[in-house]
Design a binder for this molecule. Sequence first.
Ligand code: ATP
Length: 752
Amino acid sequence: MHLESLEIAGFKSFPKKTSLEFTSPITGIVGPNGSGKSNIAEAFRFVLGEQSIKSLRGKRGEDMIWNGGGDSGGGTGGARANRASAKLVFDNRRKLFPSVDFDEVAIERVVYRDNTNEYLLNSSQVRLKDIVELLGSAHIGATGHHIISQGEADRILSASVRERRDMIEDALGLKVYQWKKVESLRKLERTEENMKQVESLRREIAPHIKFLKKQVEKAEKAEELRRELVAMYQDYFAREDGYISAEKARLGGELAGPKNELAELEAELERTKKIITGSKNKDAKGLEIVKLEGELDRSRTEKDSIVRELGRLEGEMAAHKRAIEREKEKQKREESKTVELLDVEEIVEKVASLEAVADAKALFKEVMDLLKSFVARHRAASGSAAIADLERDTSEVSHKHQGLEEKFRHLMGAEKELVREYNNLKSAVEKEKDTDREAEKDVFRIIARQNEIRNTVAVLTAGMNAIARAEENLKRELAEAGMVAGREAIQYTVLKLPHGPRSEQEERLRKIERNKVRLEDSGASGASEVMKEYKETEERDAFLARELVDLEKAKAELRSLIAELDLRIDHEFKTGISKINAEFQKFFTLMFGGGMARLEVVKEMRRKKKSETEELGSMLSADETMAEAEEGEGPEGLDVDVSLPRKKIKGLMMLSGGERALTSIALLFAVSQVNPPPFIILDETDAALDEANSKKYGDMIEDLSKHSQLILITHNRETMSRSGVLYGITMGSDGASKLLSIAFEEAMAVAK
Ligand code: ATP
């Protein structure tokens, strides 16, 4: 036996704490009409979490609470109570409630006048849901199929096919699975919602990833360009540096001899000139020679400096030319320049906001102005200006160059004249075989030799100048390279090997310039941040993708769990029905001495096809009431098919009141036999039975009490006689019910 006691206080007609001990398999409760017997059955319903107050014969929770006695005659009832409580105590030593570790389980419900409810499990407050689940695990269902209230004996017969199925499912202990199913459906919905959220998150970051990926590609391309540029620079610098040092050495070596000779000749010329000017017989010719020599020397010096300056200007022009080429290259790239979408949107917005402009022409002008300023803003305006500046500088330089060339030509003309005079003088002097002219002849010889060597020196010096310019350029290029391509670019090892023609180096430099422009153009700054953000965003996306896979898996698992539960419910329902039918037929035959009775699974018309979510929504809101959640989903219901022996009539509608009572008792007992609940409460189920049937009823009760504890509210003598314990309930003039434990003979008196 599992049920130990019921304790009520302030409940309906029981103002005082009243305790019923259930020490026998059959407990009878007797008493006159209106004494409060049915309130005991209701206390059971109440504590088991029955939600419909209506089925508890009261409209409000407040109706459950003792409302005060009607009589002043010193009764015990007195003032109305503020709370009603009922507590059921179970023996849990045989683990009726497997989830509770205590040997005793006390379930208590309290209702207050403000209609608030409390549920307690072994004195700790819990939720109604916990109680319902706990009871479900002990096969004490929420539909109360095991508590048959007064006049409700044929509830199972008068119920709709759907309700009947519900009762039977409850009795068969299938509600646990139904609950699991509802929970799984709820989880499924949450999972699907999560999936939607994750999917939308992924959709949101997808364009950002795409954008970042492009940025990263750009950065990678820029890095590739930079590496290329570094290699190009290193190659170029190695050759250039090698070339410059080699040339410097070569020219220096080649210049040494002629320079020495020139210095010697100069000294010799000075000596000779002194001889001429210091001689006693110096003449006009000799002086003329000295003068001419001086003039020629000055002219040559001037020519030298002009040549040097020309070389410098040419170098400058070449540098300008390269700069112009670079700017042009930049501009060419502008043609395919990418503009930020935000900027375009901004201009579109501006154009869109021009509606206030009066006529079409004015509007067109406004739009054009906007577009022009947009283009101007995005084109590197400095580009063309820089080219113009450079071109102006170049033309200035080339103008200077021309001027110098002119001067040079002029000097050449003047020199020619000097040379002519000098040659005349020379031939005149040479004709004179006079030894006195030895000094003059020496001057001619020296000058001729000087001319020869000077030409050589001039060529070599021009080379030296060119090298000096190349060295300056190299310095500039090195500084620029470090800035554009990083330190690596200027870490090279000088190439000592023979170098190719200069045009090849120039071509290399041109290529470098082109690459430099491309690199600058790629706007690869902040590459590492972009890389980091891209990595992070992609990791996040991968995480979301993994989560989606997990959710998909969870969804599939839930679906298969639901399908499994459906199968299980269906299987257990059908096998349960056939077991019930066997018992039903047995009890029915026992009662009527023959005939046929059985439950039949029938298809119920679907009310309306609800969508899955709607259905789920109603399940969620209906939280506690399974019946509603199931509506429209389970098309199968249960019909009762009966035919009485020796009678032609068939069907429930044709039964008399007594026959109906017997049939429902037979079904009730059949159900209880197949899946016995821990206790059954029957409130005057036997009221309509005649003596013969009362006897049969009594036999069946004894049979039933082997599996379930019975609490029988009755006026029936036969039923009383089968009870192991009898409680009498009386009501005093104060309207309060009183409980007394009595013997069978007393019971008969009390019941009257
Ligand atoms: P019967 O044999 O006729 O079925 P019964 O013994 O089952 O009678 P109940 O229906 O249990 O009697 O008791 C009803 C009594 O309880 C009524 O007298 C009713 O006034 C009383 N009652 C119900 N609710 C309250 C309440 N909140 N406060 C006080 N008395 C109440």
